[in-house]
Every structure is written in structure tokens, then in C-alpha cells.
Ligand binder design. Structure first.
Ligand SMILES: Cc1ncc(C[n+]2csc(CCO)c2C)c(N)n1
Length: 217
């Protein structure tokens, strides 16, 4: 039987094609995206990363090997430190008044609900699209953009097209496959659902940035 990752990657093919086709992602790749939309995205992403880093730290507490504790603890660290520097250089510090959008709130609440109500395998499956979708999009935008020195979003593209980041994604996939291989059928089904749901949230996050989504009241 093919591994968990191969299976859920296939199951999310339509959503991933839809991500590639989003005007936000297209504009990020060809540099035509307007600065306002990018700034909105960056602020929402900084808010997302705070919640997401907590979910990664929870994965570290649930992990059952030293390597995996270290992997998720470092990922939690990088979500705040490495990604924050990308944010700071683009939009400065995120103001105290910044509020998560409905989609940002839904996505972070979702991964935190996995952290608090589900087991380690389900949580790993739910945080995996964050790595994999970004590495996949980053790699593709990089191949298309070529020289990034004059690209308005070159630092974003190079962060996610980075070799180190590809390695972290590979490690996250290895962990998910190992967990699924020894999990019972019901757990694998919940893992599948978590992966698919989180991939859909990745689509929604970019779509919300394009629309500069706000709360109705
Ligand atoms: C909506 C959204 N999804 C995924 C990422 C990418 N990302 C966030 S934390 C992390 C792991 C540690 O660096 C990765 C890959 C993002 N920035 N924003």
C-alpha cells in the first residue's frame, strides 16, 4: 500500500491546483500582487504563526522520540523567529491592535483544537500541509521567477524555496508516514481528514488575503 503522504497528496490535488490558480498566488509569483494585499497577508500570517507555533509546540509535547521532540520544538521556534524576520523586513512589527481575520481565526483555532482534543498522529497530519503546501508553492514560484534579485516578493519566494525548508518538509512527511503505518484505521481516517481540512484552510488563507477579509461587525 502506498504511504499516507502519497495518498493524501493525491486526495488534495484539486485543492492544490486551486491554490496555484488563486490570483494572490499568481500575483506573488509574477510580482504583480499589490502591496496592500501583501501587507494584509503578512499581518494575518504573523497572527496565524503565533497560534500555529503553539500547535507545533504541542506536537513536541506529544512526540514519542527525541528526534521528533526536537523537530517540532525547532519548528515552533522557527515559526516565530525565522518567519518573523521575513515579516519584520516586509511590514515591520505587527501592531497590538491587529486582529485575526475570520479565516485566520478559523485556521489557528482548528490546529489548536487538534492539539488539544486529538492525538499525536492527527495533529501531525493537520500541521503537515503548512510545510508541504508552502514548500510546493515556493519551489514552483521559484522555478517560474528565475532571478529573484529584482523580484518584489523575492525574499518570500526564497524563504519557502529554500533547501533547509525542503528538508524540514521531508522530515515532517517521514513522521506522518511512520505514524500512519502503525495507526489503526480510524486514526488514519482522522489523519486524512486533518490533512485535507488544513490544505483547504491554506487555500482559504490566500483567498482571504486577496479579498482583505474583515469581520461583518
Ligand atoms: C498560512 C500559512 N501557512 C503555512 C506557512 C508556512 N509555515 C508557517 S510555520 C512553518 C513551520 C516552521 O517554520 C511553516 C512552514 C505560513 N507562513 N503561513
Amino acid at each position: 500500500m502506498a504511504g499516507f503522504c502519497a495518498e493524501v497528496w493525491e486526495a488534495t490535488a484539486e485543492t492544490r491546483d486551486a491554490i496555484d490558480a488563486l490570483p494572490f498566488v499568481q500575483g506573488l509569483g509574477d510580482g504583480s500582487l499589490d502591496r496592500d494585499r501583501f501587507a494584509y497577508y503578512m499581518t494575518q500570517d504573523a497572527l496565524y504563526l503565533r497560534g500555529f507555533a503553539r500547535a507545533l509546540a504541542a506536537a513536541a509535547t506529544k512526540a514519542d522520540t527525541g528526534d521528533e521532540i526536537a523537530f517540532f520544538a525547532k519548528a515552533a521556534h522557527d515559526a516565530i523567529v525565522v518567519e518573523s524576520s521575513l515579516h519584520r523586513s516586509n511590514v515591520g512589527e505587527v501592531g497590538e491592535a491587529a486582529q485575526p481575520s475570520p479565516t485566520c481565526n478559523a485556521y489557528t483555532s482548528y490546529v489548536l483544537s487538534l492539539a488539544h482534543t486529538q492525538g499525536y498522529p492527527e495533529l501531525v497530519a493537520g500541521v503537515l500541509p503548512c510545510f508541504w503546501v508552502y514548500a510546493d508553492v515556493g519551489e514552483r514560484l521559484m522555478a517560474r521567477a528565475g532571478d529573484l534579485s529584482e523580484h518584489p516578493y523575492g525574499d518570500w519566494i526564497s524563504t519557502y524555496a529554500d533547501e533547509e525548508f525542503a528538508k524540514a518538509t521531508e522530515q515532517a512527511r517521514g513522521i506522518a508516514d511512520r505514524l500512519a503505518a502503525r495507526a489503526d484505521t480510524a486514526t488514519v481516517q482522522r489523519m486524512r481528514e486533518a490533512f485535507i481540512r488544513a490544505t483547504t484552510y491554506e487555500w482559504m488563507f490566500w483567498d482571504a488575503a486577496w479579498r482583505q477579509e474583515t469581520w461583518p461587525h
